[in-house]
Design a protein around this ligand. Sequence first.
Ligand SMILES: [Zn+2]
Ligand SMILES: [Zn+2]
Length: 300
Amino acid sequence: MYCSAECRQAAWEQYHRLLCLGSSHQDPDHPLNKLQDAWRSMHYPPETSSIMIMAKMVASIKQAQDKERWQRLFSHFCSRSANEEEEIVHKLLGEKFQGQLSLLRNLFSTALYEDRLSQWFTPEGFRSLFALVGTNGQGIGTSSLSQWVHACDALELPGQQREQLDAFIDQLYKDIDKETGDFLNCEGSGLFLLQSSCNHSCVPNAEASFPDNNFLLHLNALSDIGPGEEICISYLDVCQRERSRHSRHKILRENYLFVCSCQKCMSQVQEADMTSEEEEEEEEEGEAEGDDMEDEMTDV
Ligand SMILES: [Zn+2]
Ligand SMILES: [Zn+2]
């Protein structure tokens, strides 16, 4: 689904020509459907975007006239799956995910293999492609519908037309709710070269947002930033940031391969290695369902 004809055309020209399922949309045996089904089974919807970002990377290069340019572009993103100096390895290298990764790699190769990119299809290369998307992928959430409703609210209309429009919108929300539940937003993820070069802090001074309701990323200051001061975003969401230093470090280590030494972490260095209450609760819930939430592949 695209937000405009221009969007659809741009996608077609960049990668969609190769990824278009056309009449095979519902065909469970189509290699791309098999890949997405496998991914969905190890990952809860609607966050199905990571595997498709990888597919789009391959397709963008295959489709491009200037393939070198795209390859150079992607090579700027950090894709290491281990940090030797700190002796940290990405959680993807754990035994737990080896079976899933090799299944995905087989399906990915069947659907998209390209000689020029053979390095991405080896076990090691596929892992680093995963690490690239996992460490650099930025979630994008937009809501075209609510933007349209805001625009309607702003219209100056004579009384009767206003009533009609409001009634129409009320009914529209009810109908959508019946069909889809209350999930009305578009979710995806993207790779942004400049933003992905920002380091992390548990007390960030900037944050990414998508105020234009498209993929244009804005980086907003959260406090005054002086000349020469580093711009830091947070790789943790708001809830994760409230967790103990120990819990934050676990997430950052396993997904981003570093030990945080931001102001907040340094000021808490004396605290005992406590797991925050919230995380304990989550772990208990997870165990009760026989499902280890912490180790789900949510961050890749
Ligand atoms: Zn299509
Ligand atoms: Zn920190």
